[in-house]
Design a binder for this molecule. Structure first.
Ligand code: FPP
Length: 235
């Protein structure tokens, strides 16, 4: 049987939690709780099938605009699932990394993040990037600042700056760009996710709301991806 074509790096914008809850007459937090369960299930599934890199958009730099109650419910879910990750992801050799400025979170969440980063050292399995307080534009601004510092210190000249110098200062430094980004819930937007890295990424918008997303939906996405003709600007 021919080997199936899996993306090396998959990105997922978990979307539709609020609509899922609304349809059921539940608070938005119930949608996020259901979405968090699916997050765990998908990470384990992707690890089991041998995916190399998985990036999950969990909280954007713009999500702070949501009511405080909703932000607090999300932060408490992050704590529950990151604690769980310490047992259930790290014993599977998964390497967990974080994209975004996590210094703004409360000490309890920051401590968990540090513990997970430390426990991931030496792991060689799937790389799981969790984007938390992440924005593609903020990430590029950060890279530009780092580069400007290096110019100021005479480490690099402006005319020497190349794409790779930006890429190596992004949170994803050293990782391949995403091959496929899935956005459930039908919204056709990038929402500031991996702006630099997704220049040639295949996008797939699926109608399923994130809390209803199953491994079968993921497999359907992989089948569609495998049939795409990627040309990277060539012919
Ligand atoms: C978008 O749906 C979803 C979010 C902003 C939060 C996603 C976070 C989780 C599922 C928590 C679990 C994550 C981890 C890392 C443990 P939406 O609320 O915008 O949906 P809507 O467009 O239907 O309103």
């Amino acid at each position: 049987m021919a080997e199936r074509v899996l993306p090396q790096h998959l990105g997922i914008i978990m979307d539709g939690n609020g609509r899922w809850a609304k349809k059921r007459g539940l608070p938005r937090s119930a949608g996020h709780a259901a979405g968090a369960k699916v997050f765990k299930q998908m990470v384990l599934y992707c690890g089991d099938i041998g995916l190399k890199y998985l990036t999950i958009y969990a909280f954007s730099t713009e999500n702070w605009k949501r009511p405080q109650k909703e932000v607090l419910s999300l932060v408490s879910l992050f704590k529950i699932y990151l604690k769980d990750a310490l047992d259930n992801f790290l014993n599977r050799n998964i390497q967990v990394r974080f994209l975004g400025d996590t210094s703004v979170f409360d000490p309890q969440l920051r401590k968990l993040i540090d513990e997970i980063k430390e426990a991931s050292v030496g792991h060689t399995g799937m790389v799981l990037n969790i984007a938390l307080n992440y924005g593609g534009r903020a990430e590029i601004v950060r890279a530009v600042r780092l580069l400007a510092q290096d110019v100021q210190q005479g480490k690099i000249k402006p005319e020497e700056i190349e794409e790779a110098d930006i890429a190596s200062r992004l949170y994803t430094a050293g990782e391949p760009d995403p091959d496929l980004i899935i956005r459930p819930s039908g919204e056709q937007r990038t929402s500031n996710f991996m702006l630099w890295q997704s220049a040639y990424t295949e996008y797939l918008v699926m109608d399923t709301l994130w809390p209803d997303f199953t491994p079968a939906d993921l497999e359907r996405a992989f089948d569609i991806y495998a049939k795409r003709d990627r040309r990277f600007g060539g012919i």
